[in-house]
Design a protein around this ligand. Sequence first.
Ligand code: NAD
Length: 477
Amino acid sequence: MEYPKLRMYIDGQWIDRGKDGEDVINPATGKVLGRLPYATTADLDRALAAADKGFKEWRKVSPYDRSKVLRKAAELLRERREAIAIGLTMDQGKPIAEARIEVAAAPDHIDWYAEEGRRTYGRIIPGRADNIMQFAKREPIGPVAAFTPWNFPMNQAVRKVAAALAAGCSIILKGPEETPSACVALVQAFHDAGVPAGVVNLVFGVPAKISEYLIPSPVIRKISFTGSVPVGKHLASMAGKYMKRATMELGGHSPVLIFDDVDPAKVVSMIGPFKYRNAGQVCISPTRFYVHEAVHDKFLAGFLEYTKSLKVGDGLDAATRMGPMANPRRIDAMETFVADAAKQGAKVETGGKRIGNQGYFFEPTVMTDVPDTARAMTEEPFGPVALFQRFSSFDDAMARANRLPFGLASYAFAKSAKTVADLSAQIDSGMISINHIGLAQPETPFGGIKDSGYGHEGGIEGLDAYLATKFVTQVGA
Ligand code: NAD
C-alpha cells in the first residue's frame, strides 16, 4: 500500500521541500513512511501574504458560489475515501474501518457548512425615528490560523477549514506533523475543487515556532486550536495579548454515569466500543466510569469480557479492533498512569502493559476502585484506559462527575425520567449524551466549558465562530 507524498500548500502552489523536516513514522511498525517538509520563515510570510490576498478575493464571492466550491470538494473527498483512509491508518494507526468512518464524515461536515454559509442572516433593528434604518450584518472575520492535532487528522481539520471557507474567511492550517496525510488530501480536494489561490494554505513545522509567528501577525484575525489544555491556555493567552478571536477545543476527562435501573449488557454494547475507539485517544473518550453499586459487578463483568475480546494489531488488518497508540509518548503516559494508580490501591482488572516492542501497542486496560488521588483520575489519560468507581446516590455520582476542572463531554445511562432530567440540568460539561452515543455531528454544537476551552465547532455555532457583527445605522440624505 502506498503512502501519499507529503507536501505543503501556499498560495495555490504545492511545496515538497523545506529547509528542515521530519520523518513520519507508522505507529504499527515503527517504520518510516515519508519525509515531511517544514515551512521556513519565508514560507510563513508567503502564507500570510497569500491569506491576506485570498481573503480579499474570497469574501467577495457570494455565499451561493462559495457553497458550490465546498460541495465540489466534498464530492472529491467521497470519491477518494479509500486511499485517504489507508494513508490515515498508516500514519495515525487507527483501524481501517474507523479511518473510513472518519473520512466519510468529512464531506458531511463540508456539506453542512456549504448550506449554512448561505444562511448568514443579519437582522433589522427598529430605529427610534421612522427615517432611521439600522441593521446588524454578519461578515467574515478575516484570515484564520488553525492548529489541528494528530488524533483525528481529517475531522479536526475539516471542521475548521469548511467553516472558515463557508463564512468567507481564508485560512492557514498547521496540520499535525506526526499524522499529516489526511490534511494534505483535504487541501488537495479544495485545490481541485477550484478554491482561489491563497484562500487555503497548509504548513507544517515545529508547532510552537509556527504559532508564535502566525498569531501576532496583523493579518491573522482568528485563532482556532484543538489540542491539550496547557497548549490551549498558552495559545489563548497569546490570542488575548494580540486581541484575536479564538476557539479552543481542549482536552476532557469524560465521566460515564451508569444508574441502577439500566440493562448493564446493553450499556456495555454501546460504551465498550466507544471507549476503545482510536485506542482511547479521543478528547470525548469515556474515561471515569461511575457505576451504581447495585449494577457495578454485573456491568464490570460484561465490560471486562468485551475488553478482553478486542483484537489489537495493525490497523490495516481488517480483523483489528484497536490499533497502536499514535506515538511513543502515549505508551510512556499509559505506563505512568497505571503504575501510579496501582501504587495508590487501584486494582488492574485487565491490561496495563505495553504489547511487544515493535510499534506502540498498549493493552486495553480496566482498573477498579481507583482513588480520586490517582493521577489518571485527574489528568487526561488519552489512551485505552477505563477507570471504575462505585456510587450510591444521584448526588454522590454528580459530585464525582463534576469534580474536575475539565468540562467537555459526559455520558449517562438511566431509565428514570427524573434522573434523565436532573442529569442534563446538573452536569457541568459542554455536552452530555444520555442513553446513547450521539456527539460530534455536523449539525450539532461541539465544545467544552471550564478548562476544556471555549467556542464551538459544528452547528450554527460553528459558523458563527468565523463571523463578526457589523452594526449599520443610516438615514436617507
Ligand atoms: P502536546 O500538549 O505537546 O500537544 C498537543 C497538540 O498541540 C499537538 O497537536 C501539538 O502539535 C500541538 N502543539 C503543541 N505545542 C504547540 C504550540 N506551541 N503551538 C501550536 N500547537 C502546539 O501533547 P501531545 O503529546 O502531542 O498530545 C497529548 C495530549 O494532547 C493529550 O494528553 C491530550 O490531552 C491532548 N490532545 C487533545 C486533543 C483533542 O482532541 N482535544 C487532540 C490531541 C491531543
